[in-house]
Design a protein around this ligand. Structure first.
Ligand code: SAH
Length: 279
């Protein structure tokens, strides 16, 4: 089936704001006409269309998704491009959704899989802390897509932990990974996915070179700062309605340096009850 892929010519100005718009949660993931419509309205019509395969998995779909992210300067690293091309987003999105469109998609439980440009942005920011043998923690691992990318980057000698507080999402993420090129890393144990409150981090494999938080916190959870290795980096969206993607570097002496990368819109980092109750 043919469909259209949307990309924003001004991706930093518009695209990053739409990593997880909450209004999309209420809609079925197969409602791509709605997504096209709403994105069109949000972006003031400043997007263009490219032909692409719509649902299921498609190697040409992955390839052009990555090519477009490269063209708009979201991906500049060869490793990030290779990993996003190797791990098929089509295996991680709900059946029937447009896997390679640059938009977040609802995954149930009031959560979304982030848009490809957000995954790419976070991989770029963390690339130096995702070298073979390094350790990474993915808080709010959801579908497991980004967790799987981390695992491919650090390889069998590294250690990647994904934590989500919705057991059904953790089960789903394990099934997704099992179908993917990261399956052997899960089997060998260098990648694991757990149910837990990610605000507490995951002490077992700390300290981490890289910590990614996939949901917006009102403040940086202290356990995550504690579990960040000196020399390590954390990427975390901070804020409630207005949110910014913060990059936190822990210096070798333990001091912290923070900079703001961009404006974003993520679902909240919260309690399970609040999330299931619709915030
Ligand atoms: N990065 C993932 C999911 C992003 S949605 C992806 O792209 O697939 C944010 C995720 O954070 C959801 O899966 C939600 O269940 C999870 N979450 C929110 N608060 C949490 C908490 N306190 N602990 C663990 N996971 C949390």
């Amino acid at each position: 089936m043919r469909a259209q892929v949307l990309l924003f010519p001004t991706i930093t100005a518009y695209g990053r704001l739409y990593c997880a718009p909450r209004r999309l949660h209420r809609y079925n993931s197969s409602s791509s006409p709605f997504l096209n419509l709403s994105l069109s309205r949000f972006s003031g019509g400043l997007f263009f269309h490219m032909e692409q395969f719509q649902s299921g998995t498609s190697s040409s779909g992955k390839k052009s998704m990555v090519e477009n992210l490269k063209r708009y300067g979201v991906i500049s690293s060869k490793r990030v491009a290779q990993v996003m091309e190797a791990l098929d987003r089509g295996l991680f999105v709900p059946v029937g959704s447009s896997a390679y469109v640059d938009t977040p998609l609802p995954i149930g439980y009031n959560a979304t899989i982030s848009a490809p440009h957000m995954h790419a942005t976070c991989l770029q920011l963390l690339e130096d802390k995702l070298k073979p043998g390094m350790r990474a923690l993915d808080v709010g691992s959801g579908t497991g897509y980004l967790t799987g990318c981390f695992a491919l980057m650090v390889g069998a000698e590294g250690r990647v932990v994904g934590v989500d507080h919705i057991p059904e999402l953790v089960d789903m993420s394990i099934k997704n990974i099992e179908k993917s090129v990261a399956a052997s890393l899960l089997k060998k144990g260098s990648l694991s996915l757990h149910v837990g409150d990610g605000r507490k981090g995951w002490q077992e494999f700390a300290p981490y070179d890289a910590i990614h938080v996939g949901a917006a916190a009102s403040e940086i959870p202290q356990p995550l700062l504690d579990q960040l290795k000196p020399g390590g980096r954390m990427v975390i969206p901070l804020g409630t309605y207005f949110q910014e993607l913060k990059v936190i570097d822990k210096n070798k002496d333990g001091s912290i340096k923070v900079h703001t990368e961009t404006s974003v819109r993520y679902v909240p980092l919260t309690s399970r009850d609040e999330q299931l109750g619709g915030f």
